[in-house]
Design a protein around this ligand. Structure first.
Ligand code: 3PG
Length: 311
């Protein structure tokens, strides 16, 4: 009967909301841990192309083991699936390497302040490349996002051009990745978790030759020796932690992308950055000027206005 059905619907909606809430909380927590260990590793071992490759390699290994041990069921894929995944993997690889290069040059907080402008890039790409139009308030909300990021960038004490550009490139790449992935996941039998698993493996194949060309085993061996002599054997655990947490947070984020719209995803992602910015400033004692923090706050407020305008 109707009232009972109504209660059922409300109940399942609440359960769905609770499930997404748990995904978000786990995603953010894993991401904070990843960012801390990633930066600790990069401070001692400034080879972002290798650390990015190791993150993907570790993830791929974790997946293969869980498929072999039947902890997770391997997806049934065909050539069409991998072909459609290729552009997503290219975008994922570029976005990942660019963000890691950025974090090797500047404070974690600065990379994430610039990365909080991702929704603005999403609107610009959708408008100019896909011809989508938005209501005026959406465009207006881009002003505080862009203005806030610009203010934070010009007042950043340790500004570095490669660090800035890396975060900007990552923004563009991840907008494409999110658009392509949501399209690729639509109507497919592959779950979000397995979709990210395949994405990880394909990205690893793409990234490895570039990492060898840009940095290469000689640099890595020398850098590794220095890091071990400075940090001790603990350094290996840091590398393991950044790699494992990278895979886990992305896997959880894709599991939530399965359930939500790209818009909700990008809002969740921006809110995630607040926890990363705050915790990394505390842990790494990053110097922040009030005007710099104001820029970051305006940018993040802009993202909230954006989400309101978009709804
Ligand atoms: C990476 O290494 O891929 C980035 O740190 C991830 O950026 P995200 O916070 O947008 O996932």
């Amino acid at each position: 009967d109707l009232p009972a059905k109504g209660i059922e619907v409300v109940g399942s909606e609440a359960a769905q909301k609770a499930k997404i809430g748990v995904y978000f909380a786990v995603w953010w927590a894993l991401n904070v841990v990843f960012n801390i260990y990633n930066k600790k590793v990069l401070n001692a071992f400034p080879y972002p192309w290798l650390t990015s490759t190791l993150s993907l390699a570790c993830g791929s290994l974790m997946i293969l083991v869980s498929w072999a041990a039947r902890i997770a069921e391997a997806p049934k894929t065909d050539l069409e699936f991998w072909k459609a995944l290729a552009p997503v993997a290219v975008a994922h690889t570029i976005g990942h390497v660019a963000a890691t290069v950025s974090m090797s040059k500047v404070a974690v907080s600065f990379t994430h302040i610039i990365k909080s402008a991702e929704p603005a890039f999403s609107v610009l790409v959708s408008r100019f490349l896909l011809g989508e139009t938005f209501p005026v308030p959406v465009y207006l909300s881009l002003l505080p996002i862009i203005g806030g990021c610009a203010l934070a960038a010009v007042t950043e004490l340790n500004f570095n051009m490669i660090g800035f550009m890396g975060a900007m490139i990552s923004n563009v790449a991840f907008v494409f990745r999110n658009i392509f992935s949501k399209r690729g996941m639509k109507g497919k039998s592959v779950s979000g978790m397995n979709y990210y698993a395949c994405l990880s493996m394909l990205s690893l194949l793409i990234l490895t030759p570039f990492a060898i060309a840009v940095e290469g085993p000689k640099m890595w061996a020398a850098g590794w020796e220095t890091a071990i002599s400075e940090i001790g054997p603990n350094f290996i655990w840091w590398v393991a932690a950044q790699s494992i947490f990278y895979h886990l947070y992305n896997q959880v984020s894709y599991m939530s992308l399965d359930e939500i719209s790209p818009l909700t995803f990008s809002i969740g992602n921006t809110m995630k950055r607040i926890s990363v910015i705050v915790s990394s400033i505390i842990i790494f004692h990053t110097p922040v000027q009030p005007v710099n923090a104001l820029g970051a706050a305006i940018a993040i407020l802009g993202t909230f206005l954006y989400s309101q305008a978009k709804q």
